[in-house]
Write a protein that binds this ligand. Sequence first.
Ligand code: GLN
Length: 473
Amino acid sequence: MATVAETARKVQSGEISSESLVQASLAKIEATKGLNAYISVLGEEALDRARILDKRAAAGEKLGPLAGIPVAVKDNIVMSQGRTTCGSKILGEFRSPYDATAVERMIAAGAVPVGKTNLDEFAMGSTSETSAFGAPRNPLDENVIAGGSSGGSAVAVASGSVAVALGSDTGGSIRQPASCCGLVGVKPTYGRVSRYGLVAYASSLDQIGTFGGSVADAALLLNSICGWDRHDSTSAQVVVPDFTASLNKGIKGKIIGLPKEFFGVGLSQEVRSVVMKALETLEKAGAVMREVSIPSFQYAVASYYVIATAEASANLSRYDGVRYTIRSKNAKDLFSLYANTRSEGFGEEVKKRILLGTYVLSSGFYDAYYMQAQKVRRLITEDFNKAFSACDVVVSPTMPTLPPKLGEIFTDPMAQYLGDIYTVAVNLAGLPASSQPVGRVGKLSVGLQFIGKAFQEEELLQVAAATEKLCAN
Ligand code: GLN
């Protein structure tokens, strides 16, 4: 299959039109409607944009590395076109007056947004089943979860309506759906991509990242959205290298750290055997495997769910029926306007998290929970730093089990949170990480996660690209 870079070059040269690409994308969206990947589709708007790009290309104008490429955008990333619902009833009719910086930048690079994708409500979840618009379906097996929270973006790429998509990742929301749907997903270093226009879930953990069918495609889209932004004070003022430059450099001599804690209890036999086989293949190709240790790993899920819900409880207080949201029709006074709007507008998972987050921040419990979680976060960062003094990248499964059947996880919420075990520590430490398919069990795909040093996406993606060549399935 052609890479996104090749297709963009053809649009630039006039060999194919962006309009035909967008038409094909819209037709595929329609044909795969049953997968519920999209919450809204930008039909005419996308075609108009494509026609303008075709004209500019014909006039000899340089369009950029994503020239004319249809892209899907997770519906918690705002755009001035269409609605931004965050998968929630409460924002069901919300229209943003502006484009998120990531969207603005990919459009400047030539991309054409074709639709907004389904997600867990406010990105809270790992299965996309908490969406107020129903769960997306996994094209590999429609009875299992697509992963979450960026499930719609993953399904959009896996079902072929777009080659690449934007997602967001607070504790695994790009890597897990990538793993479930057999794709590449990349979460960059915290601060690499502006969060301006990403609807906040947990601000110290959230990052926008990308999905693709290959490392090269995901890397190309990522390149177009990175860099400092005056609208986001946490965006980093560091040089953005060309992430695609080292993709062919191979894996020989790269030191891969295997944290011993990552391969213990909780890891299913099926996932373990696929992952171990992939690691053997990498070793045969010249990678050096080294055991490392992240002792604080066992506290990562607990610490994550304290910090993420604490931040969520503050971030979601703005949905009060006054400014952005639907407004309860049953309000008698200001208090009942707030209370009824929130009770009617938010789903169960979101309410649960607001309650938990408010609790851990309350005066009697702040030190015991929130402060403690912050200390654990610091330990996790230090453990990773220590591990990285002995290796170039760290490796782990992306998920401890194969994707469960739709509906299954709700019978056991603890199992859902524990499913985040390999991904949340990465966000707590602010590191870049990727997930890619390395083998199958029946119809289902198993994802391998690489974790890189802060701002070393180039090296991370080099290792991922080499793995892709060696472990293609
Ligand atoms: N599953 C995690 C959570 O529910 C991560 C979600 C995400 O990365 N947005 O918080």
